[in-house]
Design a protein around this ligand. Structure first.
Ligand SMILES: [Zn+2]
Length: 320
């Protein structure tokens, strides 16, 4: 009887110990998990004021590096709005935010556009080389330059029916000629006679143009009206200055029927109005109602329908 009781009590004792152990281990695990969770970005972001959903959006979109950067800042809902911008590029997050900090009055849409087009940098300050692998979609502007020796290998002379100057003085790449003729015919059916006044310009010709302006008007003004050699899109052979037979005046062409026809139709043939009046700050060029650039039908259509510059398109879709 006594022995039996003794056995029973030691079993209870043993079970008791097990229960205490289980509770203790559970408690320990929970504490450890809590401690581990506090080290996560999710915990740190929600402690800053972001909702769980917002924290997850940030973590799913941005790199650990960017999250570490956000953790050094104060809670800012604009960060989440930035991520929602149509042309937001992940890799540029820090650049956007740093620029935003200095320019809080600007709209986020504009901040994204400025950073994407690199126009927060001074003109000619980046010295980037044009990526020639982009084919007809190469980018040449005040940041991207062509090699001084670059000359397209398929240049052809534009017939006098379609260009001013002397025969042979206006040259374009083959594709530009083909597409221009399609466009010329369509315009002609609408009673418009298109004429090319200037197209391919070699590096040395651009040097002459620029140096002459510099001599006559000084460097500041020369920079405003002419590109530095290597930085002119005319060296690509893909750019054409188009006027009509009845109007070749730079000051009034924009108001002509032909100019409006080009705005409405050029994209169908792969050409874009390269320097629109409302995008001067993004292209770095004053409005040029005559300057068209061949980029191909698909790109031209997108740019036309979405009202963006080639720079913005390039940054978002091609610069990879
Ligand atoms: Zn031009």
């Amino acid at each position: 009887m006594k022995k039996k009781y003794k056995l029973k009590s030691s079993v209870y004792y043993f079970i008791g110990i097990i229960i205490i152990l289980i509770i203790g281990i559970n408690f320990g695990i929970k504490k450890y998990q809590e401690y581990q969770y506090q080290k996560t970005n999710e915990y740190k972001l929600t402690s800053m004021g972001y909702t769980l959903e917002q924290a997850q959006t940030l973590m799913n979109t941005l790199t650990d590096d960017d999250i570490s950067y956000i953790l050094t800042l104060r809670f800012d809902e604009q960060i989440l709005n930035l991520l929602k911008e149509k042309y937001f590029i992940k890799d540029k997050f820090k650049e956007y935010y740093d620029y935003y900090k200095e320019n809080k009055k600007k709209e986020l849409k504009d901040i994204v556009a400025i950073i994407n087009t690199k126009t927060n940098n001074e003109y000619y300050s980046l010295d980037l080389n044009t990526d020639m692998d982009k084919g007809y979609a190469i980018l040449v502007n005040k940041y991207y330059k062509l090699d001084s020796s670059y000359e397209p290998d398929d240049l052809i002379s534009v017939k006098m029916d379609y260009s001013w100057g002397e025969y042979g003085s206006v040259k374009v790449r083959q594709i530009v000629m083909d597409k221009f003729l399609d466009m010329w015919n369509a315009a002609h059916e609408d009673g418009i006679y298109l004429m090319i006044s200037s197209a391919y310009r070699s590096y040395s010709e651009q040097t002459t143009v620029y140096e002459n302006y510099k001599k006559d008007y000084g460097e500041n003004y020369a920079n405003k009206i002419a590109a530095l050699p290597g930085y002119s899109e005319h060296q690509t052979g893909l750019s054409i200055d188009i006027f009509s037979k009845t109007n070749s005046n730079r000051n009034t062409f924009s108001e002509s029927v032909a100019a409006q026809w080009l705005v409405d139709n050029a994209y169908k043939y792969g050409f874009i109005l390269r320097y629109p009046s409302d995008k001067v700050n993004l292209t770095g060029y004053q409005f040029e109602s005559w300057h068209y650039r061949y980029v191909g039908e698909d790109i031209a259509e997108y740019i036309h329908n979405n009202d963006i510059t080639f720079e913005e398109y390039y940054a978002y879709f091609l610069d990879k």
